[in-house]
Design a protein around this ligand. Structure first.
Ligand code: NAD
Length: 495
């Protein structure tokens, strides 16, 4: 059995807790590896090594840090296919999708190569007579990332590229369901010349997470995962004096207005609902069909579904792979039954798809006439299930989104620029697409939702990432000529 270890001090480190977790290939149902689950003592040991490394790394010049980032970017680009194969073997998504995930993470490395520019402070000459004031950005020290199963490479890359470029040591606790990508990234960092201990991987479950959240030497925690855990991470981390950004779940709505280009809207709905088997935080899980577009739109989506090829992610023909675990597959299948029982119209039933073998496959499901009171509308299903809610008006569609618990992403499909502009003004969500179904911002903007999709105040990567992983210091300085000072107990004024 393959063993997935920790990575501490620039080398693979087998765990000592005596606890391991299983890792499966979702396309076959076979257990392929076991992953070490860290104890609190192992987390402490890793943090001590990272703390030492952080002291030195913050002294490395911006030029040196930028050089390491450039090299890391080159290695990642050259080894995209190897990393994609690892992602597919443990997550299940199709290889092209896995390579796409790496490509988006690569953009974060590219952004971070510009760290000399990004770390610039500001300078005010002559703030008072003979006095200059300037601000500098400094790293926090040891920072941690806790990441979900659905993007085992991209989400760690969102965090570690920015954190490391800013001069921090980064401790990653990846999902225990698909941890090998994290170890692959660790080897790339080492090859890129990153000093030992600046990038650490501790594998584990709640025990390791709790050790991170309460460790006095960890200054900040960046989290991505489901909403209940995000809330727990935010509350526990901040109660222990840490800076925390915790991104949670989603229920992303795509509004289709009557004037939308029907084929484009139907294609987008299918791509965004069923890509990666719906296991994307930016997946479209609800289409809000406004007015008389509903009937033709549901027909157009339904017509596309029989052609989708579902199978192992390693098969170049496959467009959609399995779900992450057998348990999750059963949970998603249960929602289809619930939707039917609640009165939704089951236009396509994913339970009827047949894929040979013991993989965790589920076909695509389309539910029409879904009402906001139904569980299939309220809950984040995180599977290949698309709900269609029919709305009479634009105002009704926007009210649905704004009343929803989540506010990650949303999209509008229309040919009316004025309506799109009004939507962008009205809607309560962190990321908006106009005729773009998955509006994941490019790396030089930042990624984050509103409401229960994000706890904390900074978004991830890009400018917000630099802000999150640095703290500012303001220096007030004067260089008086000898003999010009005097005793004055009054409050200093800026004259
Ligand atoms: P999850 O919340 O189950 O796990 C995320 C991380 O938290 C993992 O590292 C896991 O080990 C840890 N964890 C799980 N349970 C814990 C507990 N009780 N105590 C402490 N730590 C715990 O999420 P997941 O199933 O891996 O990922 C899917 C979820 O992530 C979905 O809800 C999805 O919407 C969300 N997600 C959000 C974004 C975003 O940007 N908002 C991006 C990707 C995924």
């Amino acid at each position: 059995m393959n063993r997935i270890t920790h990575w501490i001090g620039g080398a693979a480190r087998p765990g000592t807790s005596g606890r391991v977790g299983p890792v499966f290939n979702p396309a076959t149902g076979e257990q392929t590896s076991e992953v070490d689950l860290a104890s609190a003592a192992e987390v402490s040991e890793a943090v001590a090594v990272a703390r030492q490394a952080a002291q030195e790394w913050r002294s490395a010049s911006l030029a040196k840090r930028s050089t390491v980032l450039f090299k890391f970017r080159e290695l990642l680009a050259a080894q995209t296919q190897e990393l994609a194969a690892i992602i597919t073997s443990e997550h299940g998504k199709v290889l092209s999708d896995a390579a796409g995930e790496v490509a988006r993470g690569l953009e974060n490395a590219e952004f971070a190569t510009g760290i000399p520019h990004l770390m610039k402070g500001s300078f005010s000459e002559q703030a008072a007579t003979g006095v200059d004031v300037y601000s500098i950005k400094q790293p926090l020290g040891v920072v941690a990332g806790i990441t979900p199963f659905n993007f085992p490479a991209m989400v760690p890359l969102w965090m570690c590229t920015t954190a490391i470029a800013a001069g921090n040591a980064f401790v990653l606790k990846p999902s225990e369901k698909d941890p090998s990508s994290a170890l692959f990234l660790a080897r790339l960092w080492k090859e890129a010349g990153l000093p030992e201990g600046v990038f650490t991987v501790v594998n584990g479950d709640k025990e390791a997470v709790d050790a991170i959240l309460t460790h006095p030497d960890i200054a900040a925690v960046s989290f991505v995962g489901s909403t209940p855990i995000a809330k727990y991470i935010y509350e526990t981390g901040t109660a222990h004096g840490k800076r925390v950004q915790a991104l949670g779940g989603a229920k992303n709505h795509m509004v289709v207005l009557p004037d939308a280009e029907l084929d484009a809207a139907a294609d987008a709905a299918v791509n965004a609902a069923y890509g990666s088997a719906g296991e994307r935080c930016m997946a479209v899980s609800v289409v809000v069909a406004v007015g008389d577009v509903a009937g033709p739109l549901v027909d157009a989506i339904a017509a596309r579904l029989p052609k989708l090829k579902i199978g192992a992610g390693t098969d170049p023909e496959s467009q959609m792979g399995p779900l992450i675990t057998a348990q999750h597959r059963e949970k998603v299948a249960g929602y289809i039954a619930r939707g039917a029982a609640e009165g939704a119209t089951v236009v396509a039933d994913g339970r009827e798809a047949e894929v040979p073998g013991d993989g965790y496959f589920l076909g695509v499901t389309l539910l029409d006439n879904v009402k906001p009171s139904m569980d299939v509308y309220v809950d984040e299903i995180f599977g290949p299930v698309l709900a269609v809610v029919r709305a009479e008006t634009y105002a009704e569609a926007v009210a649905l989104i704004n009343d929803n618990e989540y506010g990650n992403g949303t999209a509008i499909f229309t040919r009316d620029g004025g309506a799109a502009r009004q939507f962008q003004f009205d809607v309560n969500a962190g990321m908006v697409g106009v005729n773009v179904p998955i509006p994941v911002p490019v790396a030089y903007y930042s990624f984050g939702g509103w409401k229960a999709s994000l706890f904390g105040d900074t978004h991830m990567y890009g400018p917000d990432g630099i802000h999150f992983f640095t703290r500012s210091k303001v220096v007030t300085s004067r260089w008086p000529d000898p003999g010009t000072s005097a005793i004055d107990l009054g409050f200093p004024t800026n004259r």
